[in-house]
Structure formats: C-alpha cells, structure tokens
Design a protein around this ligand. Structure first.
Ligand code: ADP
Ligand code: MG
Length: 233
C-alpha cells in the first residue's frame, strides 16, 4: 500500500450569493490516515459532498488548506491536480454512469490505463469478488441497480486508486443492494483508503471512523459507535 494521509486544515468552502457568503464547509480540521474506511454523514445540505470535493481536490478551498500527503492541492498546477485525481483517486457517485451500449466488462475496461489482457483478467477477477461473476457480457440494462453500481465500483478500482471516494453510492438503492455496494467498496480497505458519503447510518457501521457534519461544521469524528448518536439531535 502506497497511500498518503488526506488532511484538511481549518478548511472552508463558501459560495457567494450577491453580498451574502454561504459556507458549505466551515473551518474543518480532519486527517484521514491511509488504508482505512471513513464515513461522512450528516443531513441533506450539511456539506457532505462539499467536504468530499475538498478532500479530493475537486474544488479549491475558500480558506484553510486541503492536502494529499505533503502537497496542498492549491499549490499544484491544475494539470498536476488532474493527473493526481486520475492516477491516485477513484470516484463512485450516486448514479453509476455506465454506457448502455457497452457490456459491464467493457464499461470497466474504459477506465483501465492500458486495456490489455491483464487488465481484462483483473477486471474479471474483481467482478467475481464483488458478486458479478458471469455478468461480464451483460449490458447495463440487463443488470439490477445494485449490480450496475458494483460495476461502477470495479471501474473506479481499475487504476488501483490510493483513495476511493464515493458520494451517496447507495442513495438510489434498497438496503440489501446498498449493503452489497458498501461491502464492495470496503473490500478496498488496506489496499487504499475509502471515503463514503451517505445519509444512512447503517451504511457506515463498519467504517473505521465517521465524520459527522452539521451546517458545514464538523460535529464529531470517531468510531461509528461513538459519533452516530450525534445525528439524532
Ligand atoms: P450535502 O452533500 O450534505 O447534501 P452539499 O455539500 O451539497 O451538502 O451542500 C452544502 C451547502 O452548500 C448547501 O446549503 C447547499 O445549498 C450549498 N451549495 C452546494 N453547492 C452550491 C453551489 N454550487 N452554489 C451555492 N451553494 C451551494
Ligand atoms: Mg451531497
């Protein structure tokens, strides 16, 4: 495993609306150590996606700093940030965004740096590990919602990301399919870090630590058993 800590130092993300400045993330300090599974929780609009954008360098901080290892994203040229994200990070979103005219396997291989025979072999193995064995040649329309999302997880893993980011990956699924997707994501624990945004506490029960957000601020950060109770207030 060759992964680095993700750090937010007093990080904020604000949006300007005329004269009014709204903070989506406000003064958050957070360190995510390599190889662990993290949850980001909070009600709708509490800043979960915004926090993920800061952690992954998808959006620049309005204040404070966001780093991967030593380098603050803001100190890197845009081209470097882009390569960093492409080579070291994997992303899964609420929708799987598969191409309907390609098979599951072809969708996955799109993300492979060099789509050769060994990439294909790895893809097939990972599909099997995620309960997609035998579904390689199905088209997205021939898969269930949960299966499609697991295809998206395998695709996100094709370049062996150091960090796997997932924003509400189970929001469009029922609990059973949701759990399968979470299980698939958690298989990356130890190979890289996994950061999962969700509003369903059940989905992060197996996380090493959960960050709870409220109105853009960090209300708590720690093992699920200790911080999930913060959500009920
Ligand atoms: P969550 O993912 O927890 O639902 P978000 O991070 O998407 O929350 O949003 C946090 C806050 O920032 C919300 O109040 C939202 O309305 C606001 N926000 C998000 N994106 C924008 C934007 N592009 N322009 C203005 N406000 C935004
Ligand atoms: Mg969101």
């Amino acid at each position: 495993m060759n992964t680095l800590p993700l750090t937010l130092e007093d990080a904020s993300l604000s949006y300007r609306d005329g004269d009014i400045v709204n903070f989506a993330v406000k003064n958050v300090a957070l360190t995510l150590t390599p190889g662990q599974v993290y949850g980001i929780m909070g009600p709708s609009g509490s800043g979960k996606s915004s926090l993920l954008y800061l952690l992954s360098g998808l959006k620049p901080v309005s204040g404070g700093a966001a780093r991967y290892g030593e380098s603050a994203y803001s100190s890197l040229p845009e081209a470097r940030r882009l390569t960093l994200r492409r080579q070291k990070f994997g992303f899964v979103f609420q929708q799987p965004f598969l191409l309907n005219y390609l098979t599951a396997l072809e969708n996955i291989l799109i993300a492979a740096e060099t789509p050769n025979g060994s990439a294909k072999q790895i893809a097939v193995e990972r599909m099997a590990e995620m309960g997609l064995g035998g579904k390689e040649n199905r088209f997205p329309g021939q898969l269930s919602g949960g299966e499609r999302q697991r295809v998206a997880v395998v695709r996100a893993l094709m370049n062996d990301p150091e960090v796997l980011f997932a924003d509400e990956p189970t929001a469009a699924l029922d609990r059973t399919n949701g759990r399968n997707v979470i299980e698939a994501l958690c298989q990356w624990r130890g190979k890289g870090s996994v950061v999962i945004v969700t509003h369903d506490p059940v989905m992060v029960e197996g996380a090493d630590a959960v960050a709870v957000l409220r109105d853009g601020r960090l209300a708590g950060f720690g093992p699920p058993a200790e911080v999930l109770s913060l959500l009920e207030h």
